[in-house]
Ligand binder design. Structure first.
Ligand code: S6P
Ligand code: ZN
Length: 195
C-alpha cells in the first residue's frame, strides 16, 4: 500500500495563498475567448490587454480514486461586455462524482446545468458551503467588486470534461443589467442530445 504523507496547506487572510508545493494555474482572457459570448467586447479588451481572469491553486494530491483533490480558485472581478468574469466550466469526466465549494471571500454565483439543459444557480459568499451533486456541470461567476475566492474539493478520479461546455455553452449567461447581475437565457445554448 502506497501511503501519502499527510499534509496541510496554508490559506492566507485574503484566501489566496496556498503553499506546500501547490501548483498555480493562471487563466488569462486570451485562453478563454470562447467562454465569453460578446466576441466584439472580448476582442476590444484583448487589443489593449490580456487580463488574468482567474487563478487556481492546486494542492499536490494525486488525481486517482480515493484521493480528494482540493485547492482554491481566485476569480477576479470584472466584465467582458455585460458578462461577468467566470471560469471555463466543466462536467466531471466521471459524471457520477460531486464537488464541494466553500466561499472564502467575495460574492458570486455558481451556475449549474445538466447535459439536457436543466439549470440552477447558487449564490456564493464568504461562509457558503455549496454542493455540486453528481452529473451537474458547473461554472463560477464573480458578480462582485472583490476577488471571489472559493475552496473546492472533489474525488481524485473525477476528471474534467471541458469539451462538452465548449461545444454547447451554458444554458444561462450572467450579465450586468442596470448595474446588477441578471441571469438571462443564452441564445446560443445547444443542449447535448440524449443518447
Ligand atoms: C474542479 C473544480 C475547480 C475548477 C476551477 C476552475 O473540479 O470545479 O477547481 O477547476 O474553479 O474552473 P475550470 O472550469 O476552469 O476548471
Ligand atoms: Zn468540478
Amino acid at each position: 500500500m502506497d501511503l501519502l504523507e499527510p499534509f496541510a496547506t496554508f490559506i492566507g487572510p485574503r484566501g489566496d495563498s496556498l503553499e506546500s508545493g501547490a501548483t498555480r494555474l493562471v487563466r488569462r482572457l486570451s485562453g478563454l475567448r470562447t467562454v465569453f459570448s460578446d466576441q466584439q467586447a472580448c476582442a476590444a479588451v484583448l487589443s489593449r490587454d490580456d487580463p488574468v481572469i482567474y487563478e487556481v491553486l492546486v494542492a499536490p494530491v494525486p488525481e486517482t480514486e480515493g484521493h480528494l483533490c482540493h485547492g482554491v480558485t481566485v476569480l477576479l472581478p470584472g466584465r467582458v461586455g455585460d458578462e461577468y468574469f467566470m471560469t471555463k466550466g466543466h462536467y466531471h469526466r466521471k459524471s457520477a462524482t460531486g464537488e464541494v465549494y466553500y466561499g472564502l471571500r467575495g460574492t458570486g454565483l455558481l451556475l449549474l446545468q445538466t447535459r439536457q439543459g436543466d439549470w440552477r444557480t447558487i449564490e456564493v459568499a464568504a461562509g457558503t458551503v455549496a454542493y455540486v451533486p453528481p452529473h451537474w456541470g458547473h461554472r463560477s461567476v464573480n458578480t462582485g467588486e472583490d476577488p471571489l475566492v472559493l475552496l473546492y474539493a472533489y474525488p481524485g478520479d473525477a476528471g474534467h470534461d471541458y469539451d462538452t461546455i465548449e461545444a454547447t455553452g451554458f444554458a444561462r449567461l450572467v450579465v450586468a443589467r442596470n448595474g446588477r447581475p441578471a441571469v438571462v437565457e443564452n441564445p446560443r445554448f445547444a443542449p447535448t442530445q440524449v443518447r
